[in-house]
Ligand binder design. Structure first.
Ligand code: SF4
Length: 142
């Protein structure tokens, strides 16, 4: 993908060891690789943590969507610390509250409900990118 064409950068939390964190990462992949590959660019949280210059430049030059798996909000905090501009701050827990039937379980591999939750979250973010005047329901922190 041509980075010059990137319109939105997506940063999921690393979510290691927690099903909701795994949903965060899965949703980011779904969004960036399947739903909106032309208009999004995934940046791994680890790169920002390590101070990777390319990752920092991406979050400072483009509106950024963060997806976090719990109240620690690691992705959101790191993007802010890196000088990034957060356009939408998504909490997996907020989306889950609206879809209680989709309880994620498993860490290395999500159960089917968790995969569906990730898909729902990704679709909501994609819809909000298509209609920036009407942010998605999941980004209640902005
Ligand atoms: S936001 Fe929560 S789930 Fe995600 S990496 Fe941080 S502590 Fe883990």
């Amino acid at each position: 993908m041509n980075p010059n064409k990137t319109r939105v950068v997506v940063v999921p939390c690393s979510g290691i060891g927690k099903p909701f964190g795994t949903v965060s990462r899965e949703a980011a992949y779904e969004l960036c690789e399947e739903l909106r590959p032309e208009s999004t660019r995934l940046v791994a949280l680890a790169k920002l943590v390590l101070g990777d210059a390319g990752a920092r430049e991406l979050v400072t030059r483009h509106p950024t969507v963060t997806i976090d798996g719990c109240k620690q909000m690691c992705a959101s905090k790191m993007v802010t610390q890196s000088g990034g501009r957060i356009a939408h701050e998504i909490s997996v827990l907020d989306v889950f509250r609206r879809h209680k039937e989709l309880k994620p379980e498993g860490i290395a591999e999500l159960n089917e409900a968790g995969q569906k939750l990730a898909r729902v979250l990704a679709e909501e973010v994609a819809a909000s990118l298509d209609n920036p005047e009407q942010p998605g329901k999941g980004d209640s922190h902005v």
